[in-house]
Ligand binder design. Structure first.
Ligand SMILES: NC(=O)c1ccc[n+]([C@@H]2O[C@H](COP(=O)([O-])OP(=O)(O)OC[C@H]3O[C@@H](n4cnc5c(N)ncnc54)[C@H](O)[C@@H]3O)[C@@H](O)[C@H]2O)c1
Ligand SMILES: O=P(O)(O)OC[C@@H](O)[C@@H](O)[C@H](O)[C@H](O)CO
Length: 497
């Protein structure tokens, strides 16, 4: 068993690819907030490839990871113990396994340990890109209104504290304070590159940063608006949270003692707008697709992949399932999901350059069905109140506008409301996890008196909840779920075509 470190890279099993560059020569150029499973399987992996390209000119694109939440201390400790290296293991739907050690993270800063160091790093002119995977909730932008309405403590503390000279705590606070330092020094600003699953993630990041800056220094907001670029992107690679079983797999199969490996599917996709304030790595040489307009790709992915995760999860959990692959290999649920994709999501999509949507949907079902990934339904439902509005409601809105079908989406919304009630069809207790759980529970509690009351929750549904056709379909679907359970309710919708 080899403990992962710079010194042991050459001693690793030869099936494991290792950085093809001298890590000691790599200089930081990108700061990334939110080093979780996904960034390590995706963004950091692409930078690893860039650093391995021939020539010395790429050595200034090393990554500095930043964690701002208390829970990120675990990542600090894991990466700190192994020279910020980690193993990425990917598995294809056919079961082909590949492993590589990723070396692109050259520094990791845990903000609560030293916010000065984080601010100094982000403010330094060598930082040319600040990238983000801080989850959909990290931006504080209301889905229904598009307005910046932060509710998390760190962002609110920064809005109060920064004008008085306090050090930042939140990603938005660090970015804004660093941009202020860059402006004051007459330096070029960095690019803010969101890699979260949000439609128009660059626009949302821009709204959040501009509104944040507006509240502390309107002149700074004007400068950011004129000088800083916020490219939109579509990012894709299914990456569940690492389990102990997977740690054991990495050590048994490859002989690597890695505190925190990451295991993902082999599929990878990153479609990115070529819009940067201060240069970028040669992403196009390492598999990233650079485009002028990312929107068609984003809509395809969010409405087919992410919304399908929502569509399968509440119904699957009510029916007693645990894993994505089990639901997707089930003939009935698979027909339901393909029905959702083709009859409800697809009509809302414009043609996507270079992509055959039928083939894309078929490939999605193969990806979802991959047992090796062991993705859980439970992962998809954390903060459903952030995901349903971003992934599924835009489909419903568009289908209502064009008088298209909404039967499957309405059943999913009804299943979500039943899931919030916390009891599965077999009486088993379910465990919804949502930052708005109390509001969701209060809304669903009124259903008995006033069917459709759940849809009145404006912070989630906005004005869509008042649509008569949606209300009727939702109320009927909830009644069927109560009467016959998720599996039979799905069967009825599938049979109705
Ligand atoms: N996992 C995937 O399959 C996948 C695929 C594509 C895109 N994404 C995007 O990446 C995001 C993160 O996914 P992950 O799998 O890495 O999750 P994760 O839980 O492993 O990591 C999330 C990271 O974001 C940070 N974070 C969360 N909320 C924050 C906040 N309010 N302020 C600051 N930091 C915050 C956490 O501290 C952590 O470092 C997703 O929400 C999604 O938008 C994930
Ligand atoms: O990570 P989220 O919260 O945006 O959504 C959950 C999953 O749908 C998501 O992580 C997918 O696995 C991912 O978007 C695949 O690229």
């Amino acid at each position: 068993m080899t403990q992962l470190s710079d010194a042991t890279l050459t001693a690793l099993d030869e099936r494991v690819a290792v950085p093809a560059y001298d890590r000691s020569t790599i200089r930081p150029g990108i700061v990334h907030f939110g080093v979780g499973a996904f960034h390590r399987a995706h963004g950091a992996m692409f930078v690893d490839r860039v650093l391995g390209l021939p020539g010395d000119e790429h050595a200034s694109w090393g990554l500095v990871g930043v964690g701002t939440l208390a829970g990120d201390a675990a990542m600090r400790d894991a990466l700190g113990a192994q020279d910020r290296l980690y193993t990425l293991v990917t598995t294809s739907p056919d079961g082909e396994v590949e492993a590589r050690v990723v070396g692109s993270i050259v520094e990791y800063l845990f903000a609560p340990d030293g916010p000065e160091a984080v601010l100094a790093r982000v403010s330094d002119p060598s930082t040319r890109i600040v990238s983000l995977t801080i989850t959909e909730g990290g931006y504080g932008v209301n889905d229904a209104t598009g307005a910046f309405e932060p509710s998390d403590g760190a962002t609110l503390a920064d809005l109060d504290g920064l004008p008085a000279g306090a050090l930042p705590q939140s990603p938005l606070g660090f970015i804004t304070a660093a941009l202020r330092a860059r402006r004051d020094a007459g330096a070029v600003p960095f690019t803010v590159m969101s890699c979260d699953n949000i439609q128009g993630n660059g626009h949302v990041a821009r709204t959040a940063i501009l509104d944040f800056a507006e509240r502390i220094d309107p002149a700074l907001a004007a400068w950011i608006g004129a000088e800083v670029r916020f490219p939109n992107s579509m990012v894709d690679r299914i990456t569940p949270a690492t389990t102990d079983e997977q740690r054991a797999f990495v050590s048994e199969r490859f002989g690597i003692d890695d505190r925190w490996p990451v295991l993902s599917e082999s599929f990878e996709q990153w479609v990115l707008e070529d819009d940067f304030s201060d240069g970028r790595p040669p992403y196009e040489q390492v598999g990233v697709q650079l485009v002028e307009d990312v929107e068609p790709y984003e809509l395809m992915k969010l409405r087919l992949l992410n919304a399908s995760h929502q569509a399968m999860s509440y119904l699957g959990l009510l029916a007693g399932e645990t894993y994505v692959h089990d639901v997707c290999r089930d003939e009935l649920f698979s027909r339901f999901l393909l029905g959702y994709m083709h009859e409800e999501a697809r009509p809302t999509l414009a043609p996507v350059p270079g992509i055959d949507i039928d083939a894309y949907c078929a490939e999605l079902m193969r990806r979802f069905g991959s047992e090796a990934i062991k993705d859980t339904l439970a992962r998809q439902i954390v903060d459903g109140s952030e995901r349903i509005p971003k992934f599924l409601l835009p489909v419903v809105r568009e289908q209502l506008r064009t008088r298209g079908g909404i039967a499957r989406s309405a059943l999913v919304l009804a299943a979500w409301s039943r899931f919030i009630e916390g009891v599965g069809d077999d009486g088993r207790e379910l465990a919804p996890v949502d930052r708005r759980l109390a509001e969701l529970q209060a809304a669903v509690a009124q259903e008995a008196e006033r069917p459709g009351a759940f849809l009145d929750l404006e912070v989630v549904f906005g004005d869509l909840g008042q649509d008569a056709r949606l209300r009727e379909a939702f109320i009927a679907a909830r009644a069927r779920l109560a009467a016959v359970g998720a599996r039979v309710a799905v069967e009825e919708v599938v049979a109705a075509g």
